[in-house]
Design a protein around this ligand. Structure first.
Ligand code: PFF
Length: 434
């Protein structure tokens, strides 16, 4: 049986799991299409600036709160002040709501892997995508299979489940990604895609682009849901949080850049535009694969890559409510996983059906799927990140000096944590909710 409070085998296992959490659909599905909608290289420039500076602060704070309190989110906030318990509860709730749509996209990936094997000749991928997402039964079944895979790893515990999944899936992910990049940059006219990524046109700079870049940076770093806090609470030794935070940021950014270098050259090589939105990975890319020599193998490799990334992130999303059920409700890990499976299914099934028979059911004029995406990305995640910075800065009084050797950086961190990041997050919330 696993000890009462599990911990990572080593710092390396923790980093791998945190990078596994960060690198997910956000890097390979969301990053390229948001970049495609926001002018390419100029978006990348702003994104890099934000992720290396401002985003370091909440990421570091989540890690530090987890490591200092050694508790899951609710217990972590409660240990600071019992009145703060409510802010902790918001984290597992956010996790459950995010899972409910993240796992549907995970289900789509499994569908595309099967499609690669069956390899029917599809003439219109846009039509295929809308038909199968409208198909209530298969949309639900695939989402539940994806959820089941993640829950299975989680049920095995931190070392035998989560570490094992990351140790196996992250190298697989990296190898497939490098293989696909080599393939992609060798396509005719691939340089056009590279140019699109790295030659900024600063006349396209605007406030919407800035906010999109910030939202994407927070989402990809898994900030604002307690996943990093919970993972941080399983760290044993007491040094090196700043180094860990930067390692997570740099690895995540490298993987996002690599995903771009894999996707954009292929798009330009086939004379297409990268601004097709959420359908980029499920409509544009499959079309490109279908036109390539050995496209079926490339397609399977790509969706296996996406699946590996989605599973390691999915595991971290459900770890937040699992840890809460285990440590607060005193459930065994297996019981917590079973209970969570049913809770997430109960929300994910209507969300999956919202592409088809429940399409007319609207909350705030949005389908259930879009509403879950909106309420988590635009509202709950920035709100949780805001509470985290305020609690870490003003209640726990985390100081940069405790963890950072350079005095100037430590002082900037303190100002950022207490004033700058909360103000930016309030602004992000205001615009997101408008
Ligand atoms: N960072 C993940 C991605 O980029 O796909 C998504 C995510 C994972 C968000 C875990 C939040 C979280 F707590």
């Amino acid at each position: 049986m696993e000890e009462q409070r599990p911990s990572w085998t080593s710092r390396c296992s923790f980093i791998l799991a945190a990078v596994g959490s960060a690198v997910g659909l956000g890097n390979i599905w969301r990053f390229p299409y948001i970049m495609g909608q926001n002018g390419g290289a100029v978006f990348l420039a702003v994104y890099l600036l934000l992720i290396m500076t401002i985003c370091f602060i909440p990421l570091f704070a989540e890690l530090a709160v987890g490591k200092i309190t050694k508790k899951e989110c609710i217990g972590a906030y409660e240990s600071v002040n019992p009145k703060l318990k409510f802010f902790g509860v918001l984290n597992p709730i956010t996790g459950i709501l995010i899972s409910s749509f993240y796992f549907i996209v995970g289900g789509w990936i499994i569908n595309y892997i099967f499609l690669g094997f069956i390899n029917p000749k599809i003439s219109d991928y846009s039509e295929y995508f809308s038909i199968f997402t409208n198909e209530a039964f298969s949309n639900c079944v695939y989402a539940l299979i994806f959820l089941f895979i993640c829950i299975l790893f989680s049920a095995r515990g931190i070392k035998r489940g989560i570490e094992f999944a990351n140790n196996f899936l992250m190298p697989l992910f990296a190898v497939i990604l490098i293989g696909l990049i080599i393939f992609s940059v060798n396509l005719p006219n691939a340089y056009l895609g590279i140019e699109y990524m790295f030659k900024p046109d600063f006349s396209k700079l605007n406030s919407h682009l800035f906010l999109s870049a910030l939202g994407q940076a927070l989402f990809t770093l898994s900030i604002g849901m307690g996943a990093i806090l919970t993972y941080g609470s399983y760290i044993k030794e007491d040094k090196g949080i700043a180094k860990s935070a930067y390692t997570i940021i740099i690895s995540d950014t490298l993987f996002a850049l690599m995903a771009g270098v894999m996707i954009f050259p292929a798009i330009y090589s086939f004379g297409l535009e990268p601004n097709s939105g959420a359908g980029l990975v499920f409509v544009t890319l499959p079309y490109i694969f279908s036109q390539m020599p050995h496209g079926d193998i490339v397609s399977i490799a790509f969706f296996v890559l996406l699946l590996a990334a989605a599973i390691t992130s999915g595991i971290s999303i459900i770890e937040v409510p699992i840890a809460a059920l285990v440590e607060r409700a005193k459930f065994s890990r297996t019981k917590a996983c079973v209970v969570l499976y049913f809770i997430i299914s109960a929300i994910a099934i209507p969300a999956a059906l919202s592409f088809g028979i429940l399409n007319d059911f609207r909350i705030c004029q949005k389908t259930i799927f879009d509403f879950l995406d909106f309420i988590t990305s635009n509202c709950l995640m920035p709100l949780n990140a805001l509470f985290l910075c305020l609690i870490a800065g003003w209640c726990i009084k985390i100081s940069g000096k405790q963890f950072i050797n350079n005095n100037i950086v430590a002082a900037l961190f303190d100002i950022g944590l207490r004033y700058i990041v909360p103000i930016i997050l309030i602004f992000l919330l205001y615009v997101g909710l408008k």
